[in-house]
Design a protein around this ligand. Structure first.
Ligand code: NAP
Length: 456
């Protein structure tokens, strides 16, 4: 279809805004602005779509936008920070499903396209459909709707068989284009089942990596369908999402020390495992914890998932300010997979107003723990577990960790003896230089603040 220049131009502007938006999202300082810029890009791209001449379903399009927009607005307002991964999963699934639906409509029309366009439509349909059902399973697992990892006998052989079938049917659709409806139905059915079967055996611990992978898939599928529709906004946005998703998947897999092939084909053993740890955990009170930090020269704070659940970031920043007033140097150490999504801790600390020059990545700060008087671990567990360095039987063996155990003293704030995400015991908590401050992260940080104030 020959589209008017103003529609093409508007889509192109939309695509440029997506790129500018993504650039903004690369730093917590500009992330909000980036999201707003990308939002404007989406608004322009959608508005331009309504101007495509000859569209017959404007009423239905407006209705779909109203329903989708309202659902996204309400869920976006309500979602808890800790539920963000499943929100990303379901939105991503919708993107993959939409890409597959575009392809389905094009196939149903039965118009003759060239071989290249049909091939891209088939590829987008296959990847989009897999991403749709796979992301729905990921959502169900993270939401707790589906608690078990369901593994079929000869799982990998079934995966390969289904994938070969889907590819074979896809090739038939290209060769026989325009394909018979039965062939199209069969192709989509197999692709949708493939997404389910591949994702069902994957355990919750690996799920965020899988979501990131499906995100890359969705981007690719959208890009392919953008080519089919001749829509530059879809092509560019799809490619950008595909590339960003691929990089993020690699980064997360590396930070969890789980090769991607391992995540997909040999799911993690049941939670737990690792060598038994001897010794006892030693408790400390808030007043002593406050004194240890007040009279230290250097404190490194390691936040983790528990700080996020407790919404303790504001109190942690208030405590930091008091320590700095007393002349203590305070830094934050962020593990790449601390919390439950990439950048989780950075977002929370930024929200609380912690300046970026106090926040350090694993590689930047690990060498400094040896000179720290106190490492304060708040609601973190796996990311400071020294067994990851030494215990080959541990499910987190090989994962790079923050070397909190190398500080002179370690104080750990957590509610009780609960394990972290991986379900393994933490050897750090049993070491001689470690003290446990039991309680919810927010009130505990509050108590420390009171004691610091009293110490003047
Ligand atoms: P973690 O290992 O999940 O440990 C969190 C700790 O916080 C728990 O041991 C828990 O102990 C404590 N806690 C929970 N609620 C609390 C509260 N209200 N107040 C104080 N403490 C509380 O967390 P992490 O060290 O941040 O490690 C992240 C884990 O998630 C890693 O295993 C990582 O591989 C995984 N993961 C991360 C991502 C990502 O992208 N960030 C993605 C996938 C998986 P109590 O119950 O005793 O309080």
């Amino acid at each position: 279809m020959n589209l008017p220049l103003y529609v093409q131009g508007a889509w192109f502007v939309g695509a440029l805004l997506f790129i500018a938006g993504l650039k903004g999202m690369s730093s917590p300082a500009s992330a909000r602005k980036g999201i707003v810029i990308a939002g404007y890009g989406m608004l322009i791209a959608i508005a331009a779509t309504f101007l495509v001449p000859g569209l017959k379903n404007l009423g239905l399009m407006a209705l779909a936008l109203a329903v989708g927009g309202a659902a996204a607005w309400i869920s976006g307002q309500k979602v808890k920070m800790t539920d963000m991964p499943q929100m990303v999963a379901i939105y991503n699934g919708m993107g993959g499903g939409a890409a597959a639906a575009i392809a389905a409509v094009e196939f149903a029309k039965g118009d003759a396209h060239g071989v290249v366009t049909t091939t891209l439509a088939v590829l987008g349909a296959l990847i989009g459909a897999v991403s749709f059902t796979g992301s729905c399973v990921a959502w169900a697992k993270l939401q707790g709707v589906l608690n078990k990892a369901i593994r079929l006998p000869a799982q990998n052989a079934i995966n390969v068989l289904l994938a070969l079938n889907a590819i074979g049917l896809g090739i038939a659709m290209i060769v026989m284009a325009p394909a018979q409806p039965e062939l199209i139905y069969f192709f989509f059915a197999i692709a949708l089942v493939l997404g389910l079967i591949v994702t069902l055996p994957i355990g919750g611990a690996d799920m965020p990596v899988v979501i990131s992978l499906f995100n890359a898939f969705t981007g690719l599928a959208v890009g392919f369908e953008g080519y089919v529709l001749g829509n530059p906004a879809l092509i560019i946005a799809g490619i950008v999402v595909g590339a960003a998703g691929t990089l993020l998947t690699q980064l997360m897999a590396k930070a969890m020390n789980r090769p991607l092939s391992n995540i997909l084909f040999t799911p993690m053993a049941a939670a737990g495992g690792g060598e038994a740890i001897s010794g006892t955990m030693k408790e400390v009170g808030a007043i002593d914890a406050a004194a240890m930090m007040r009279y230290a020269s250097k404190v490194i704070i390691v936040p983790g998932y528990g700080m996020a659940v407790a919404h303790a970031q504001h109190k942690v920043w208030e405590m930091t300010a008091l320590l700095e007033e007393a002349g203590v140097e305070v830094k934050f150490a962020i593990h790449p997979v601390a919390g439950r999504m990439p950048g989780h801790m950075n977002v929370l600390l930024a929200e609380a107003g912690v300046p970026y020059d106090k926040i350090f990545d694993l590689e930047e700060i690990n060498g400094e723990f040896g000179q720290a008087d106190v490492a304060l671990v708040i609601g973190a567990n796996d990311v400071v577990n020294p067994s990851a360095r030494t215990d080959k039987s541990s499910p987190i063996y090989g994962m790079p960790i923050l070397d909190a155990d190398k500080a002179q003293n370690v104080i750990v704030i957590k509610r009780g003896k609960g394990t972290g995400y991986s379900g393994v015991e933490n050897a750090l908590f049993y070491t001689d230089n470690c003290r446990m401050l039991y309680g919810d992260a927010q009130p505990m940080a509050g108590e420390i603040i009171q004691h610091l104030k009293a110490m003047g």
